[in-house]
Ligand binder design. Structure first.
Ligand SMILES: [Zn+2]
Length: 313
């Protein structure tokens, strides 16, 4: 090898080494560093509802990716390789928690690395599944967002975690969370006024799965029954369970079955036809697509409450 070729080879080798070093630095940097290096904090949220609240609090200071597309049922979600890649690049992952994300453990395992995975529901007292019904999807009710008071806790948790990871924008996160909590109080007051139009004896809910427990507790509704037992829409009812529900619908003179738009409504449709009552669509586990009628948490609640009050009053 002559001197010239040797020098050229050394330059190539040096460039390769620098490239490899930079790659390894980038790889180490993403999960480990708590503060964004010159850019915005890379944040992943699982559901569209969690994503909306994270967006309200994080605003322009975060780079947010929401894993579930609008309309996808969170109980039946299967992550793709792109979802794994999003999580592996994230500096923090916000999840609903309370057992909603059954896909989470496997997703985190595939994503590798380490980063905080925060349940926004930390500090909320979860409802438990009562009665003798048991299901394989856990016994705690993950649908905490059906009470705005719980979403206030989400906002505070999100602001606290973002402030820890990105202290430079601490004041903005606190101010955004406070403003959002004020809007949640207004939402709660509005819901109470709407619900007041429904006589107490007509506040009876039959739903596709047990999604409205926190709503029922907060606003004084009776949960008469569900098409599928338990908190997951992925369960299958037996013929006896369907017969019992139809009997309860007739006995309590329930005027409607409320079904999530992200959930297969075929069986609910049949029960509604059998009992001669209405099938009323709600948004339960997901927001609508952007620009749609329920593309924020606030709009989702107003849509659902209007539909419930309209069907029961
Ligand atoms: Zn659900």
């Amino acid at each position: 090898m002559d001197t010239y070729a040797y020098r050229r080879w050394k330059r190539v080798l040096a460039a390769l080494l620098v490239g490899a070093l930079m790659l390894s630095l980038t790889a180490c940097d993403s999960p480990a560093s708590p503060t964004p290096a010159g850019g915005r904090l890379r944040v992943v949220a699982t559901t569209t509802i969690v994503g909306d609240v994270v967006r309200q609090v994080g605003g322009e200071h975060i780079e947010l990716t929401v894993l579930l597309a609008p309309g996808i049922d969170p109980h039946a979600f299967q992550p793709t390789p792109q979802d794994v890649a999003m999580v592996s690049q994230a500096q923090v992952v916000f999840v609903n928690g309370v057992g909603l994300e059954e896909f989470l453990d496997e997703l985190l395992q595939h994503a590798g690395g380490s980063r905080p995975v925060i349940s926004v529901s930390e500090g909320i007292a979860p409802r438990a599944l009562t009665g003798d019904a048991t299901d394989e999807h856990g016994n705690l009710d993950p649908h905490v967002w059906f009470s705005p008071a719980n979403v206030s806790i989400w906002a505070r948790n999100i602001a606290r975690v973002l402030s820890t990871l990105d202290p430079a924008h601490q004041e903005a996160y606190a101010a955004n969370a406070a403003a959002y909590e004020t809007s949640l109080d207004e939402l709660d007051t509005w819901i109470k006024a709407q619900v007041d139009q429904v006589p107490a004896e007509r506040r009876k809910l039959v739903t596709d799965h047990m999604a409205l427990g926190y709503f029922a507790d907060r606003y004084g509704f009776q949960l008469v029954g569900t098409v599928v037992k338990g908190f997951s829409s992925a369960a299958e009812p037996s013929a006896q369970e369907v017969a019992l529900l139809e009997q309860e619908i007739r006995q309590y003179q329930v005027p409607a079955i409320f079904v999530g738009q992200s959930v297969n409504a075929k069986l609910s449709q049949r029960i509604a036809e059998d009992t001669g009552i209405r099938l009323v669509p709600l948004y339960t586990g997901s927001l609508s697509a952007p620009g749609g009628e329920a593309d924020t948490y606030d709009k989702l609640m107003r849509y659902d409450v209007t539909a419930i009050v309209g069907a029961l009053q």
